[in-house]
Design a binder for this molecule. Structure first.
Ligand code: GFB
Length: 315
């Protein structure tokens, strides 16, 4: 049942994002023809433009990694953008893919699709079993709609559209804007800036007690290519690392790796979000995939990349 990518025309939607760019790097080993389009070349929210692009380039396979993404504050303050943009992007791509007979499509979601108080570790079957976390329900609803659209096409037309739900990701090409980023890049930037300015403290949002599971984007891309090649099923698949820490522990790990010894100050005016979202990745493991980048190693690598960005004035 494996899907061979050799010689295939593979469209990576969102190739400039952290996950999309990791998929492009990972696909270099597969002997396929990688298709990409920048935002200036193709507005994924424009249905006519997406249809015309698919008609012209006729991909065989699609990684749907394009999305409006952001951390807890961006999700909470731009609900309309997170819901509308993501619905438009995914519905346009999935329908256009169907219209030009794409053989295989992989849709990417997120662990926030699960209920706020889902049983831990979270199995795929927890989807729609309870109320969502309010700070990111808009993004979650859009991503749930994407899973359901893939399942609907699969059910009605027998096409091979699958979905994968990665845990919290970090790595090369992450967003370091403090207002819109996720926690890992935010804390790396804050700690590095505190260190460079000899500040005696660094601010962490919330109580520091929420638990999060982290995975490097390169591991995630490897899992996505693996699923594209080896999975064909109706149900979505969790992509987790099993590496879970509290936000306070994460801050300590980053401070240690960056050699910053100042105080960690809590800003409890900022939200905590979901208390815990550890994925149950048994299904992926049983399919034959496991991660290879430990958090400690990933953090050191990411700090180094951040320093290079600063050095070359790209931040
Ligand atoms: O990564 P993050 O923004 O997203 O925040 P979520 C994780 C936790 O880190 C929250 C805390 O408890 C934050 O309060 N935190 C501490 C910080 N300091 C900071 C900081 O400086 N910046 C940020 N951003 N957080 C997102 C969802 O949830 O996860 C998305 O909103 C998506 O929809 C993504 O699912 C994977 O893990 O809470």
């Amino acid at each position: 049942m494996s899907y061979d990518l050799l010689g295939k025309r593979v469209y990576v939607a969102g190739h400039r994002g952290m996950v999309g760019s990791a998929i492009v790097r990972r696909l270099a080993d597969e002997g396929c023809i990688i298709l990409t389009a920048t935002r200036a070349e193709l507005d994924l929210k424009d249905q006519a433009a997406v249809n015309a692009w698919f008609e012209e380039y006729k991909p065989d396979a699609v990684f749907l990694a394009a999305a409006k993404v952001g951390g807890i504050l961006a999700n909470d303050t731009m609900p309309a953008d997170f819901l509308y943009d993501n619905l438009m992007i995914e519905t346009n791509i999935i329908k256009a893919a169907f219209d030009v007979n794409v053989e295989k499509l992989l849709f990417l979601g997120s662990s926030c699709i699960y209920p706020k108080f889902a049983e831990q570790p979270i199995k795929e079957s927890e989807l729609l079993e309870g109320a969502l976390e309010p700070t990111n329900e808009w993004y979650a609803i859009a991503k749930i709609a994407g899973i359901k659209l893939c399942q609907a096409y699969r059910k009605q037309h027998g096409v091979d559209y699958i979905s994968a739900m990665p845990t919290n990701l970090y790595g090369t090409g992450d967003n370091y804007d403090l207002e819109s980023s996720h926690v890992m890049p935010a804390l790396i930037r804050k700690v590095e800036e505190a260190k460079n300015t000899d500040a005696d403290n660094v601010i962490m949002w919330g109580t520091g007690s929420p638990l999060r599971e982290f995975m490097h984007a390169d591991d995630c891309a490897d899992a996505l290519v693996f699923l594209m090649q080896n999975y064909s099923g109706y149900e979505h698949v969790n992509i987790g690392s099993g590496q879970e820490v509290s936000i306070f522990e994460l801050m300590q790990m980053i401070a240690k790796a960056s050699e910053f010894s100042g105080e960690i100050v809590k800003d409890t005016t900022k939200p905590d979000g979901t208390p815990r979202k550890l994925m149950d990745s048994t299904k992926l493991k049983e399919l034959g995939w496991s991660p290879s980048i430990a958090m400690e190693e990933g953090i050191v690598r990411t700090i180094q990349e951040f320093r290079n960005l600063v050095k070359t004035a790209r931040i």
